[in-house]
Write a protein that binds this ligand. Sequence first.
Ligand code: GRG
Length: 301
Amino acid sequence: MRMGHTVNFKEELAARTARAEEVLARFLPPQEGPAKELADAMSYSLLAGGKRLRPVLMAETFAVFGGEGAVIEPFMAGMEMIHTHSLIHDDLPALDNDDLRRGRPTTHRVYGEAAAILAGDALLNYAYETMCRAFGMGHDTDAVARTLSLIAEKTGIRGMLGGQSVDVALEGKPIPADTLSYIYEKKTAALIEASMTAGAVLAGADEADTAVLLEAARKIGVAFQIRDDILDVEGDQAALGKPVHSDEKNNKTTYVTLYGLAEADRCVQKLSGEALALLSGLKADTSFLQELTRAMTTRRF
Ligand code: GRG
């Protein structure tokens, strides 16, 4: 198992999460000057202690496909900034109107709604500013450009934001199964896809391996979202760091409302199994990615 000096997955994950935390803190804008309050709100949201799954996934696929050096770091930071922007905006009164995120009051509860909108916008923009730094790091610029481009695509109208827009438009209405799948593949899986393929593309993985990773990531991402639906019903607010029963409050159609808890759980297991089969079919050592897939799809937080 390619996990450094230890084969203990929990310890290894903790070490990789700590590295992601360290990278994030290093790439944030300084909290000084006239826009200090904006930098404070960005830092408050970003350093609030999420699971850091996306940068960890990205760093791992970079390493699995032979990537070396620090060029992955601006992408790790950028991806977590994009993810955090989506959480800040999703919690706003106009969307889910939630008060708790990552175990702390949401950004708009602390800084006010206008400042939270700006902090989300600023994180999204700063993500690209940060990732563009990779051009000056002596890495293959074509690989850097392709990595940036795939992240932009998976974040925007053809990815996360496209899915979120359909989710919002259909709130409180019955959603057909194929539309719900579209929403999950875009709103949630797209950033997991971006994270897993970005590391590989930056490292120079070939198209066939990247396509397998993309397919595995889509399955992991959809399973992760269905697990989120399940935890919203039977999870624990203290462990999750965010309110439960938020979907019910917002009258949302989810896998749980559409198929019931038991069938939703079967879907998670099926998707997880298919993703594991895809990962284990790759020639590279995907043992850590497989452990992480299991952890993401059986999580309680
Ligand atoms: C841009 C407003 C806007 C929304 C985009 C991603 C998203 C759509 C909204 C965020 C809220 C949400 C339910 C996202 C689905 C994906 C998901 C389960 C996110 C939570 O990710 P975790 O569990 O969070 O990795 P941490 O806090 O650990 O980083």
